[in-house]
Structures are given as C-alpha cells and as structure tokens.
Design a protein around this ligand. Structure first.
Ligand SMILES: O=C(CO)[C@@H](O)[C@H](O)COP(=O)(O)O
Length: 210
C-alpha cells in the first residue's frame, strides 16, 4: 500500500531483487477500516511479475466472503482479522479448504490471549503495531509486550507459528521487535519512501538475508 501505484511493477521488482521474500498486500474495504485500497484484480496483475510470497492482509468485514476470490487471484497466505469475523473457525477452515496458509490478525486493543484457542489451526499471528487503516503511523510501544506475550502463549502450548508485525516498523526499531519474538516483518513507508532497493537491502542486513 505504501508503493507508488503508478509504478507498481517497478517498485515491486526492486523489493524482490533486493531480497524481500514476501509482498504484503493490504486490502481495505472502507468498513472494517476507514480507507479503501485495492482488491483481487490488482493482486492478479502483480502475481504475473513476481515470485514473492503473496501475503494478503484482509482488513475487511466478514472476509470469509472473499477467501476463494483472493485464493484464485494469487494469495499464498490469507490473513483475516479476529475482530472482523463472526465465525473465525469457519473462516480459517475456508482458507485451509482452498489450500492457502492461514493468518489471523489482532488490532492493538484486542487481548493477545484470544488467539490461544485458534493456535493449532493457524500458520501466522499478525500483531498490528498501529491501528489498521493507514500507513505512516508511529509504532505503538506497548506492542513489544504483546509480541512477547504471544511467544509465551506459543511456548506454553508447544506450538511455534510465525509472528508478523505490521505498522511503524523502521530500521531503528526492527531489532526490538525481533528480540521480542516477531519473525515476519512488514515495512511500508520504511521501504517505499525513498530508495526501495537500498531500504530493503538495509533491512536484509539486519535480518540476515532469510
Ligand atoms: O496494514 C497496515 C495499515 O493498516 C500496514 O501495512 C501499514 O500500511 C504499514 O505501513 P507503515 O506503517 O510501515 O508505513
């Protein structure tokens, strides 16, 4: 979402060449969050020119309605919001049924403990480190404790899944989020504002290239 849409192909190719393994695709419906971004047709177009893992973050109300569409359009991981689903179990099952990896996201005000009962069914927990809806916001400092809490819950349940963080991540705070237990990093402004190639390379140096 932070890329210049007029140059989407070039912007994405830069991140891929510089080593970014995932492309985070923010879908906003103007209902679950105030903004509207883009949807399946854009994903389908992008998919043609990059091999990056398509990490689709659905910030939409009742995402179960669109799981099949995003799967067909090229999603590899489909992440839905805990707060947006009337029946999260059913939504997770639908993502599994279309053969995609399952992510569940929680907003900053949602207790981390809500994830416990879904842990065995999901591949990734996305902890929002800003209020979802807009890029360019500041990282919420309390998020660090929430990431640690999520790792502890996983240890207690003997289930280690990916913890993704999203919002306000820059070179100056990435080490803190990694130390807290996150292992999938979303960076919007920090990559696309300025030289995307250099920015991704700078992140990759800290991440060790994988
Ligand atoms: O999902 C969202 C916002 O809702 C994020 O993906 C942000 O768009 C990340 O942007 P930066 O905070 O890195 O600019």
């Amino acid at each position: 979402m932070a890329a210049d849409f007029g140059y989407l192909k070039e912007e994405i190719e830069k991140t891929s060449a510089a080593g970014a393994a995932y492309l985070h695709f923010d879908v906003m419906d103007g209902l679950f969050v105030p903004s509207i971004s883009f949807g399946m047709p854009v994903l389908q177009s992008i998919k043609k020119y990059t091999d990056q893992v398509m990490d689709v973050h659905l910030m939409i109300q009742e995402p179960i309605r669109y799981v099949e569409d995003f799967a067909s359009a090229g999603a590899d991981i489909i992440t839905v919001h805990y707060e947006a689903c009337e029946n999260l179990k059913e939504t997770i099952a639908k993502i599994r049924a279309v053969g995609k990896k399952v992510g569940v996201s929680i907003k900053p005000g949602t207790p981390v403990t809500v994830i416990e009962e879904f842990l065995s069914d999901i591949d990734m927990l996305l902890i929002m480190t800003v209020e979802p809806g807009f890029g360019g916001q500041s990282f919420i400092p309390e998020s660090l404790e929430r990431i640690k809490e999520a790792r502890e819950i996983m240890e207690k349940n003997a289930r280690q899944i990916d913890i993704e963080v999203d919002g306000g991540i820059y070179l100056h705070n990435i080490e803190e989020v990694l130390a807290a237990g996150a292992n999938v990093i979303v960076a919007g402004s920090a990559v696309f504002k300025g030289d995307a190639t250099k920015n991704v390379k700078d992140f990759m140096e800290i991440l060790g290239g994988d």
